[in-house]
Write a protein that binds this ligand. Structure first.
Ligand code: BGC
Length: 496
């Protein structure tokens, strides 16, 4: 296999304000179409509130063990206090890259040292078989150890690993997780319905690597724990990236599906909601789906699943745009007349960065957007078509942000959090223009805030899949030492 270490790149960019746009000189039929797209994609305050109420119903159903939202107990049972110490590995199996980190939680409160390497995830692995996936993953960990521990690899102590696996997994224990279903376009055979921990452990054992899987972690729980490490007001961890999801702290007494375990009612448990599945098949439909959302769902490998995620996450935003534009060309004969759109017809050929780019085009005449259409799709867009593109990108991006706010508002309302911090991560949150502000505006609409200062505030999280996963491994070791071995399958392997 081809191992390419991806060089680290740290970039900072100053965001230019999006232009205002002008409809002067735009023909009437396009102006009328823009108005109709506005009606189709706008989610008003009343609708946001209705969605949030249904969200609460489905979150509660999930805690009962019913409905669509899995509400997976994560067996992360405490939050960090900044005093955690020790050396840990973290493995982040994200969509594009695989990242291995070694994290030293040092004596200074809330501080850590990190070394990390990224390895490109070959596209074919995502639709290959389980053995190839775990072999590649273990090979990357081996490479990491050889590269960073050239001198001491033969007498390296066994390192506890926090494995960030950002897919819905049923966890009966923290060092266990049965994949419920692949999301985000993954389809590796032989993993669904299986515990992923022994699958990776076998590959690690075959390579005799000094690593033990201490915790299987979702990126949202990692985000929450990493953010809480430095901010005690953190209550939620959210991801708005290729997929979307959230995690929060629940009391065991509020988790009816764990009643049989007789855990103390006030014991804490982080819940990985997997709320990308909100309002999927079988529930009262409240999501304002357009015909384009319906097409995406029907042609997806998993129709009826991840209904909410399919309307808001980065994997789908470009596709919603593409399908809308094709409809305006093929059926309504409104745009790009007499042009060949062959290059534009490949499903998923635009990702959400395309919409960010359009929204960020700083020129009044949208010349950067025009060049991009020309270069990428050999399509010549005129002034009116460019104005329509810009408005459509804005509508899709705004709708996504407003719908994202419903999940946050629902958890806060259900838990009675009047004020708190929400740690957020993911490419859409970090890179899509105005995303954060649009979520904040929608939260104001849903929760009827009128004051000058918002009581619930989103902020970019610390590195959840790296530092967060290491902290969760540390918290697991800590609670074993304290005698709380609930939800730990194999205490002996920790060698404590
Ligand atoms: C997965 C979640 C994950 C989210 C964000 C969803 O598709 O099911 O486990 O947290 O994407 O990465």
């Amino acid at each position: 296999m081809d191992y390419k270490q991806v060089p680290e790149r740290w970039t900072t960019r100053v965001r230019k304000p999006s232009r205002k746009g002008s409809m002067a000189d735009v023909p009437q039929d396009i102006v009328t179409e823009i108005a109709s797209l506005e009606r189709l994609f706008t989610v008003d305050q009343a609708k946001l509130k209705e969605i949030t109420e249904q969200f609460i119903v489905e979150l509660k159903d999930g805690l009962e063990g019913n409905g669509n939202i899995p509400m997976n107990p994560s067996w992360v049972m405490n939050m960090p206090d900044g005093e955690e110490t020790g050396r840990f590995l973290a493995l982040d199996m994200g969509g594009t890259n695989l990242r291995v980190c070694e994290i030293e939680l040092v004596d200074e409160k809330g501080e850590f040292d990190i070394i990390q390497s990224k390895y490109r995830m070959p596209e074919e692995l995502k639709s290959g078989n389980a053995e190839e996936l775990w072999d590649y993953t273990a090979d990357c960990i081996e490479q990491f150890i050889e590269y960073h521990h050239e001198d001491d690899k033969d007498n390296l102590e066994t390192l506890p690993l926090g494995f960030t696996f950002s897919y819905p997994a049923t966890q009966e224990y923290i060092d266990h997780g049965v994949l419920q279903r692949w999301t985000k376009g993954w389809a590796v055979e032989g993993v669904e319905g299986h515990d992923v921990v022994p699958q990776l452990e076998k590959a690690l054992r075959e390579r005799k690597l000094p690593v033990t899987i201490a915790a299987l972690v979702n990126d949202t729980t990692g985000t929450l724990v990493a953010s809480a490490y430095t901010d005690t007001a953190m209550r939620l961890g959210c991801i708005f990236g290729t997929g979307c999801n959230g995690a929060y702290v629940e009391h065991c007494g509020n988790i009816p599906k764990l009643k049989h375990m007789n855990l103390p009612d006030d014991m804490e448990m982080l819940i990985n909601c997997e709320y990308g599945a909100f309002n999927s098949k079988g529930t009262t439909p409240v999501l304002p789906k357009t015909p384009y959302d319906v097409m995406i769902d029907e042609t997806s490998p998993r129709p009826g699943q991840q209904a909410y995620e399919k309307m808001i996450s980065g994997l789908y935003l470009g596709e919603i745009f593409r399908l809308t534009m094709l409809d305006l060309h093929d059926n309504k004969k409104l745009i790009f007349q007499n042009q060949d759109l062959a290059q534009f017809r490949t499903p998923f050929c635009l990702d959400s960065s395309f919409l960010s780019f359009i929204e960020e085009d700083p020129f009044e005449n949208l010349s950067e957007t025009q060049d991009m259409f020309n270069d990428k799709f050999q399509v010549k867009a005129n002034k009116a078509e460019l104005e329509l593109c810009r408005r459509l990108a804005e509508l899709i991006g705004t709708r996504a942000a407003r719908l994202c706010a419903c999940g946050i508002a629902a958890i806060c309302k259900m838990k009675g959090f009047d004020s708190c911090h929400v740690g957020a991560d993911g490419s859409v949150f970090n890179k899509y223009p105005h995303f954060k502000q649009r979520i904040a505006k929608a939260l104001r609409d849903i929760l009827d805030w009128t004051g000058r200062k918002d009581p619930i505030v989103l902020s970019a999280s610390e590195d959840g899949s790296g530092v967060g996963a290491a902290l969760i491994a540390a918290l697991t070791v800590k609670r074993i030492k304290e005698g709380n071995t609930n939800g730990i399958q194999d205490v002996k392997k920790f060698g404590l």
